[in-house]
Design a protein around this ligand. Structure first.
Ligand code: NG6
Ligand code: CA
Length: 516
């Protein structure tokens, strides 16, 4: 009798487990897939966050994530400027493979081929809803965009189900938000025209109408005036559609929060591309003075707050334990990037590049080595990794996370490392800055000779142009002060060989170089 009962219980259990299994087969697999959020700052340097050693600037929300997740000390953007880094991030392809991947004007055509694979396209095939909120800067349309019709192709044509973006940069026209290809709040009776060559008759400019400016230009940035701020490029019309710079951070935060709330019941991928601390730095009134460092510091405090609020939304929606968050920056820091905004005068003890040499536009480390961390509550335990990782690697690693077989040659699958369970990072990689490239391998950095000024005096950044090869051992010399090329000819030759194996031997013509 007893035996019988046991047998029946056994049967019952087998039956139940069978049903369980059946249920899990029937249940859409998507439900178990984690949400993925990439939060991407614009021009945030290696030394800018408390978690990376900043003391003068307070970034408690980002620090909480960085210290509670896996923080990389050798995390890289692919390029020292925006467009190439964003191209590489989304496609998993080195930006120097695409000649168009350089700083784009607001009228540039889309530089991602619509046939090209991207992270959001790959995720869509795995059942994800995909969205972008914030800065785009990868071009729109195919040339001669009519801003008063649907603008296409754009983010929606390269994998995003939803997009609400600024086209290029905050300092470039058109200064409007574009939602799924449509200018937000466009008045058909006040059509938008944009031109990067010449002004529209009778329209004021920063150059000719200094009396109209609330922020003065230092270099460049003297074309159309929007909200008292002179921009790059000329724009006419679209008065009510123009963004209010000081409200931009709140606008994108609300968009990001709304996106999450709307798609919380399906797996989603959100690319939340912050506009800070790129110029023009326009903190909302409640952040003015918050850093004591002028607008540049204030917008970093603002961005930190925005991220904190965004995390609160994930938490309130019960999503934090099922969401992988990746945070990084598109390139290194710049203090004066074209406006008089007190950033130089009020910098005080803050070192945006931390211990690194160079900055935005530079082939020295500060151009591409940036804050980079992953956070996943309850899944990634807190830690610090010195392994070398590139934003390029997100394509293949995210694919692995969602059981996709898709990979690119340039993107290494480092999922374990990003989830805090692996040790090994990249052995080597090519980095880019204004169409020049350099090489990192092991502890070493090698920069080939390039024509051009050693220092961009306008932004006061060392670019790493030199008549000779530069070779540094970063383990001993993180500040890149001792060029070892002469004393280590063998190492130099080995580095050049490994670099050329990836990059090719063809030299870039001077015209191709965007000399800074
Ligand atoms: C430069 C701008 C700079 C910034 C940069 C793009 C001038 C003189 N300088 O050409 O202010 O807009 O382009 O920055 O115009 S990025 O982060 O989007 O690459
Ligand atoms: Ca940038």
């Amino acid at each position: 009798m007893k035996k019988n009962i046991l047998i029946s219980v056994g049967f019952l259990l087998a039956f139940v487990s069978c049903k369980e299994e059946k249920r899990s087969v029937e249940t859409p697999k998507e439900i178990t897939k984690p949400n993925i959020v990439i939060i991407y700052a614009d021009d945030l340097g290696y030394g800018e966050l408390g978690a990376y050693g900043a003391t003068a600037l307070k970034t408690p929300n980002l620090d909480r994530l960085a210290n509670g997740g896996m923080r990389f000390t050798n995390g890289y953007a692919s390029s020292a400027t925006c467009t190439p880094s964003r191209y590489a991030l989304l496609t998993g392809i080195y930006p120097w493979r695409n000649e168009q991947a350089k700083i784009l004007p607001g009228t540039a055509p889309l530089i991602i081929d619509t046939a090209q694979n991207t992270i959001p396209k790959m995720l869509k095939k795995q059942g994800y809803h995909t969205g972008i909120v914030g800065k785009w800067h990868l071009g729109l349309g195919t040339g001669n965009v009519n801003w008063n019709e649907r603008i296409s192709p754009g983010p929606n044509e390269v994998g995003f189900d939803y997009s609400n973006i600024l086209a290029a940069t905050q300092d470039r026209v058109p200064t409007v938000y574009i939602e799924n290809g449509h200018v937000v709040n466009l008045d058909p009776n006040d059509p938008i025209e944009v031109n990067y060559q010449e002004n529209f008759e009778g329209e004021p400019t920063g150059l000719e109408n200094p009396e109209m400016l609330k922020m003065k230009w230092h270099h460049g940035h003297n074309n159309s005036i929007v909200n008292g701020i002179p921009r790059i490029g000329f724009m006419k019309g679209g008065e009510v559609a123009k963004w209010v710079d000081e409200d931009m951070a709140d606008y994108f935060l609300t968009e990001a929060q709304t996106y999450v709330k709307k798609h919380k019941d399906e797996p989603f991928f959100l690319y939340y591309a912050l506009q800070q601390p790129h110029v023009p730095r326009t903190p909302h009134a409640r952040f003015v003075g918050s850093s004591g460092m002028g607008p540049r510091g204030d917008v970093i405090v603002e961005a930190d707050w925005m991220v904190g609020e965004f995390i609160k939304t994930l938490e309130a929606e019960g999503l934090l334990e099922n969401t992988l968050i990746v945070f990084s920056s598109d390139n290194g820091p710049v203090v004066n990037d074209g406006y008089y905004d007190d950033s130089v005068e009020k910098l005080g003890d803050h070192t945006p590049a931390g211990v690194l040499r160079g900055g935005k536009y530079s082939l020295f480390e500060a151009g591409t080595r940036v804050p980079f961390f992953t956070y996943w509550k309850g899944k990634i335990s807190s830690g610090v990794s010195d392994a070398m990782v590139s934003q390029l690697d997100l394509f293949s690693s995210i694919a692995a996370l969602v059981d996709s077989n898709e990979r690119t040659d340039d993107s290494q699958e480092l999922l374990d490392l990003f989830l805090g369970q692996g040790q090994e990072g990249r052995e080597q990689m090519v980095i880019e800055a204004t169409s020049r490239t350099a090489f990192r391998q092991g502890d070493w950095a090698m920069i080939p000779p390039y024509d051009g000024p050693q220092i961009n005096t306008q932004v006061n950044i060392e670019l790493a142009n030199s008549d000779v090869y530069l070779l540094y051992n970063l383990k001993e010399d993180i500040g890149q002060q001792n060029n070892l090329a002469k004393t280590n000819p063998e190492k130099l030759q080995q580095m050049i060989k490994a670099y050329e194996a990836i990059r090719g031997t063809e030299q870039m013509s001077v015209e191709q170089l965007e000399l800074k």
